[in-house]
Design a protein around this ligand. Structure first.
Ligand code: NAP
Ligand code: MG
Length: 414
């Protein structure tokens, strides 16, 4: 293709670009070269979050990138390695650096939203689902910040709070007559309120109904506080905007929500407490098809957006790539992270051409899949498709290709 013939789209303001590790770092470059540079005069503030550079900068680069997102309001991130003992050895690291996603999340004080990318070729396990279900998980407190104790014999367990004003509060939890277990959880109004605002912002941004669920009938203080804070914030700050957009906020019990989700046709945001979100997000991603087709967006309570794929750096493919193999790694979620960030930049700047390009890019990906061209992870999920070079069945002819041919096929369709 002769690029000089195309008038490239101009971006007045940059987005924050965070490069990453392993196979996704390889995909990152190919996506930019083939799908973005030919069409957009790409304007980014680049941060290399690849593990070697995080190590060189004592992880300062991650902190700088997070602050850049607060300033520029939109970021796109490649998957990154969260170091463990084995990675410290492999990369000869100075330290076992923290998870970049955790660092960015704590600086932005945001919540994570995961949504599946649907294609006509792959039917969700649940027949009634026609539209994606986005799940929001509160990423603070509850059982993840809990204190536990293994009770070995008889004794009284008490809840004891020493207030700053001198008040002492004691409640009996249980009189143990023998061994048992004990757990204490906490959360803060500040964190719950931030989570609520991030969710309402995201619902508005994506023009979707929002559901929130807890077990407030049983947990009359703890879960009830979540329910009340969400309702107060909604009524005070968001109800008008929701009414204008014709979208709804709806609270129900977690068990009722689980049942309704299965019978729904999708197309809404489901806000969950920490544990519920942990379990339900894995359940939804499996039921919609594949982790490689899940996008993830971090939204701060101020309405800053960071886009990425939900999957990791696909290490196993990377080692094969290093041996010279062309792997069949699926770039779709990473491409959708790019289109999400470009579209959001376009929205903020009133740049219609950029928004239209983002839509085209998504459409070209979906069209490629519709045409039966896909990476190896998806072929076995297609109804009637068996993968291999052009096997035909109920799913039509499916051509399994490596990531380079797949990205070229997308480029041909932009
Ligand atoms: P992973 O990278 O998500 O990959 C796990 C397996 O899932 C792969 O081996 C592959 O299966 C399949 N898979 C995932 N994404 C795929 C794609 N786009 N295309 C095709 N297949 C895909 O998880 P992991 O192996 O547990 O973690 C690897 C590294 O990623 C770790 O260092 C971890 O710290 C990091 N990680 C980062 C993030 C993030 O930055 N957001 C999230 C999770 C993990 P097959 O091998 O069977 O083909
Ligand atoms: Mg989980």
């Amino acid at each position: 293709m002769d690029n000089s013939k195309i008038n490239k789209i101009i971006m007045e303001n940059p987005i924050v670009e965070m490069d990453g590790d392993e196979m996704t770092r390889v995909l990152w470059q190919v996506i930019k070269d083939e799908l973005i540079y030919p069409f957009v005069e790409l304007n980014t503030e680049y941060y290399d979050l690849g593990l070697p550079h995080r190590d060189e900068t004592d992880d300062q680069v991650t902190i700088d990138a997070a602050h850049a997102i607060k300033r520029l309001r939109v970021g796109v991130k490649c998957a990154t390695i969260t170091p463990n003992a084995q990675r410290v050895e492999e990369y000869k690291l100075k330290k076992m650096w923290k998870s970049p996603n955790g660092t960015i999340r704590s600086i932005l004080d945001g919540a994570v939203f995961r949504a599946p990318i649907l294609t006509s070729r792959i039917s969700p396990v649940v027949r009634t689902w026609k539209k994606p279900i986005t799940i929001a998980r509160h990423a603070y407190g509850d059982v993840y910040g809990g204190v536990e104790h293994r009770v070995t014999g008889p004794g009284r367990a008490e809840l004891h709070l020493s207030c700053e004003n001198g008040e002492e509060i004691r409640k009996t939890i249980f009189d143990f007559e023998g061994p048992g277990v004990l757990q204490c959880q906490h959360n803060t109004d500040k964190s719950i309120s931030s989570f609520a605002r991030s969710c309402f912002e995201y619902a508005i941004s994506t023009k979707q109904d929002m559901w929130f669920s807890t077990k407030d009938t049983i947990s009359k203080q703890y879960d009830q506080t979540f329910k009340l804070l969400f309702q107060e914030i909604f009524d005070r700050e968001y109800k008008l905007k929701f009414d204008e957009l014709g979208i709804n906020y709806f609270y129900t019990l977690i068990d009722d929500a689980a049942a309704r989700v299965i019978r729904s046709e999708g197309g809404f945001l489901w806000a969950c407490k920490n544990y519920d979100g942990d379990v339900m997000s894995d359940l939804l991603s499996a039921a919609f098809g594949s982790l490689a087709m899940m996008t993830s967006v971090l939204v701060s309570p101020d309405g800053d957006f960071e886009y990425e794929a939900a999957h990791g750096t696909i290490t196993r493919h990377y080692y094969r790539y290093l041996k010279g193999e062309k792997t069949s790694s699926n770039p779709v979620a990473t491409i959708f992270a790019w289109s999400g960030a470009l579209r959001k930049r376009g929205e903020f700047d009133g740049n219609k051409a950029l928004m239209a390009f983002a839509d085209r890019l998504d459409f070209a990906c979906l069209k490629t899949l519709d045409d039966g061209i896909m990476t190896g992870d998806l072929a076995p999920l297609c109804s009637g498709g068996g993968g291999g070079g052009g096997s035909s069945g109920g799913g039509g002819d499916i051509q399994t290709v490596d990531y380079i041919r797949f990205i070229e096929a997308i480029r041909d369709r932009i």
